[in-house]
Design a protein around this ligand. Structure first.
Ligand SMILES: [Zn+2]
Length: 181
């Protein structure tokens, strides 16, 4: 599938869910409506989570030792596999570094699915339209990270994830922000 088409489908799928489940997204209600079981388990630190997709019996498992905002990102990422990739595989296991650091699109199909699940999670947790409205009238003060912390807390995401998102949307110039964390 061409990249542009892949992006469009990802965005559209996430936006439909955002319209229904709000911002910050109500993941509990979404999982309940889809009859997806969520389990939090003590896992190896390198594993963020996994999803096993079965008809009427889908389970997402997240690493309970990870920070809450990170668990939310993992759940959103796994939902990406559920909504976008259920036809191609029935199980996905996600390693932390792969989930969080991968943003380049490689030719490999599996890696593309991981990138797509990240796009999906980003749009679900930090919707583009919502952020554009937030930053429509005011510039982000790069020397004051309080507004970013506030927004991250409002969206229940990490400051790091928010900065990555804002940079990707062109709202923060590349390499201009050093989070004080
Ligand atoms: Zn994944």
């Amino acid at each position: 599938m061409p990249l542009a088409a892949m992006k469009k489908i990802t965005k559209r799928t996430a936006q439909e869910l955002v319209a229904e489940y709000g911002t910050p997204i109500d993941l509990v209600r979404l999982l309940k409506d889809e009859e997806i079981t969520l389990k939090r388990e003590d896992m190896e630190d390198s594993i963020s989570g996994m999803i096993v997709i079965k008809p009427a019996d889908t389970t997402i498992v997240v690493n309970s030792s990870h920070h809450h905002s990170r668990q939310r990102f993992t759940i959103a990422h796994e939902c990406g596999h559920y909504f976008l990739h259920a036809d191609s595989a029935s199980a996905f296991i996600d390693q932390s570094e792969k989930i969080f650091l991968r943003d380049a699109v490689s030719a490999c199909g599996t890696q593309r699915q991981e990138v797509q699940a990240n796009w999906f999670a980003a749009e679900l947790l930090m919707p583009k339209d919502y952020l554009l409205k937030k930053f429509d009238t005011k510039k982000i003060d790069l020397y004051d990270d309080y507004p970013l912390r506030l927004l991250a807390s409002e969206l229940k995401v990490s400051v790091q994830a928010l900065v990555v998102r804002l940079t990707a949307l062109g709202l923060i110039p590349n390499d201009c922000y050093e989070p004080h964390v």
